[in-house]
Design a protein around this ligand. Sequence first.
Ligand code: TMP
Length: 212
Amino acid sequence: MTAPTSGRFITLEGGEGAGKSTQIARLKGKLEQGGHTVVATREPGGAPGAEMVRKLLVEGPAERWDGTTEALLHFAARRDHLRSTVWPALKRGAWVISDRFADSTVAYQGYGYGVDRAMLRKLYSIAVGDFRPDLTLVLDLPVEIGLGRAAARRGSETRYEGLPTDFHGRVRAGFLETAAADPGRCVVIDGTQDIEAVAAAIAAAVHERLGG
Ligand code: TMP
């Protein structure tokens, strides 16, 4: 089940409105300038089947699913994304940048909804196997700033943005605890800085960790 890889798999994580999409576009451009083939993708989604599951997850009322059902849906979408998009791209030698990956399930469904984290690790092993990101960048910023940015950007809320501020506070803590527990894989970036400063911090982390 583990993907044979010659490319690199980079994930960007963070709460709502952390600025991931902007930074992924910047990082993609920078890596392409350096001669890499880059695939930018996202979760939930990133493949036709996974995008269908995404619609179930981000649309509708906040109370539509319980945390365990959501975790199962996210891992189903994730497996399809890996098999259809990520693993083939890595096999071709591309660098893959994903807007969110499994740390989001730990943060949102685990810390946010209180789903048992041992169960999430089992689901990871079933759906993903031994495969891990080479580098995870966590864009961290206070919840109020992120939710404000997300609302201004979309003009409408997704299911998760509609959840209370304390939910998003737990999500933020989840990302930070995950990063602290796995410093070999994760780098926390201060997302309150301006776009240029965040882009520079990301480029420095990628260079230092992966030599890109
Ligand atoms: P996005 O707004 O970054 O596109 O992500 C869609 C929503 O899905 C976002 O609110 C976070 C949520 N999410 C989870 O709850 N668990 C997950 O595993 C993933 C990948 C996303």
